[in-house]
Ligand binder design. Sequence first.
Ligand code: FCB
Length: 445
Amino acid sequence: MTLRADVHHPVPRDFIWGTSTAAFQIEGAAREDGRGMSVWDTFCAAGKVANRDTGDVACDHYHRYPEDIALMRELGIAAYRFSVAWPRILPHGRGAANEPGLAFYDRLIDAVLEAGIEPWLCLYHWDLPQALADRGGWLVRDSAGWFADYATVVARRYGDRVKRWVTINEPSVFTLFGYGLGDSAPGVSGPAALRRATHHVNLAHGAAVDVVRAHVAGASIGCVHSRQQCIPATESEADARAAALFGAHWNDAFPDPQILGSYPALIAEDMEPYVAPGDMARICRPVDFFGLNHYSPNFCQAAPWSPLGYGFGPAPAGTPETPIGWPIVPDAFRGVLVEASNKYRLPVYVTENGMGGHDAPDAAGAVHDPERVAYLDAYIGAMRAAIAEGADIRGYFVWSLVDNFEWGAGYASRFGIVHIDYQTLKRTPKTSFGWFADLIGATKG
Ligand code: FCB
């Protein structure tokens, strides 16, 4: 397979190639070794996910992690970003830690290090303990303290071996969908809930930065933000306003207070009732990098039927789409990278990018995914163009190592560069796996 787009724009020396996953999406073993329930277990049990899929088994990574790490080693990645399941560590969200849960991540981290791969630990990838949701979850201010206590347990336990720390994955996405639009766990909706959750998650981030800084010598800490242009679907005033509001929540409501110290102007007044004296200083703590996830631009429209008054609109006719219908616009990726690098003045790591499809083995058992290879080639090319324009980008993590539980879409959307047969749990590297391994090899030399 030829490598396009790369030769003109070399990546910097020490550029980090990696892959990302998340606990709920791959681990399974949902009722094993004392793990508590999370809001996603509850959401699945209520039948709210496509095909009534659940995270009970997922990729069974909890037991098969050695096989997955062997794949990472074969791929040649320098770093692996994963998340810790809060309810595995604190089954009730607070209180006594669960030793078997802690021991699982000891084994995982040690095996990742043993493979010569740097672990990037994300404290929170959306699996809030159900016990805390029962106490109000992110809607109550206490949540920031609960999160800080959880972060303390994790930082103390793994800080000797883990130096790369992510506080929260895509705070804007899980608050918008879980607390604003209501179609993700825990299924709360409305503008007031969105604002409350937004502010408390920001407080939780700031508290966790302090905790990790205090307990982990030499830690490099950041938050992972989803960043994708919010473009009005039509030229109407209403769609322009919808896109601006959607964009303020999606792109800026977290990094602006966390890094620049204030909420974006468009929503600052709405946020005021939730902001106590001193809060902005609690949120805006020094961080070391900007984690950036990007998939495709959002086309937005005014949507009177939506709890927030806005929602997704159609992409312009003729826009190429992935097999799961996400617009393919590589230049939008270049745009957000340059913009984020200029605006926040932090080293940027692309902590997620990838393509969802419906890949299946052929008669010989091979899994060919030429669309994913083309997508990754074009998007990595766009990233290299951003670097050539001066964006400070230090690494790129593919989403995802393996097919996994894709939230509301369940197992129907496959994002892996390794195929999972959910009946047998067999792993089969796809064409894109070999392509990515070649790319890593070529840029190392
Ligand atoms: C991101 C999530 C990740 C995965 C990808 C496809 O929003 O962070 O868990 O679901 O989308």
